[in-house]
Design a protein around this ligand. Structure first.
Ligand code: SF4
Ligand code: SF4
Length: 175
């Protein structure tokens, strides 16, 4: 019957279109393998900043980075041992994400969990790790290490920019 043939063709076409999509668009977070999961991190370093939670639940960011964060590369200085060295560092998984209210709105994991798209500057989209820095999204050049600072001094350094989605203009040659 023509109707049946039409349906089958449409389904096949749709399946082919889905298969062509990048993994982060065609898979759920729970379906990602380890390598895919890790690659969702854009390397911004925002989640490694000291934060405070108000009684209302509001998250207040500071511009003070965890002692292990390399403030130039914006990467953890000891990713393998991080939870041993920094006990309050949370291992991000599909499960732990459900309780995390502190991920910035630009975080690749948060965006996908909320059904949104990755931004142009995400390394998976641009094809370049540096685009997160060029877009002004990473913490590079904007933070200090917590080393040597007291809790009171850290509390004095509240900032709003880590919760902003605003990026610098996309370069013409950018991905
Ligand atoms: S905020 Fe998200 S994307 Fe940025 S470094 Fe942390 S886990 Fe990675
Ligand atoms: S231990 Fe590493 S991953 Fe964890 S908050 Fe510190 S810099 Fe970030």
């Amino acid at each position: 019957m023509p109707t049946a043939k039409t349906t089958k063709t449409a389904k096949t076409k749709k399946a082919a279109e889905i298969a062509k999509q990048p993994f982060w668009q065609r898979k759920t977070l729970a379906q990602l393998n380890r390598k895919e999961w890790e690659s969702l991190c854009d390397g911004c370093g925002r989640c490694c900043l000291n934060k405070f939670e108000e009684d209302s639940g509001e998250i207040l960011y500071t511009d003070v980075a965890c002692k292990l964060l390399n403030t130039e590369s914006c990467r953890c200085g000891n990713y393998r041992q991080r939870q041993k060295l920094v006990p309050d560092c949370v291992n991000l998984t599909v499960e732990t994400m459900l309780d995390m209210t502190c991920l910035p709105p630009t975080c690749g994991y948060r965006l996908l969990q909320e059904g949104k798209k990755l931004y142009w500057w995400h390394p998976l989209v641009s094809g370049r790790a540096d685009s997160v820095h060029e877009a002004g999204i990473s913490v590079r050049g904007r933070v200090v290490s917590e080393l040597g600072l007291s809790e009171a001094e850290i509390e004095q350094r509240l900032v709003r920019w880590p919760q902003s989605k605003t990026a610098l203009k996309r370069p013409k040659s950018g991905g």
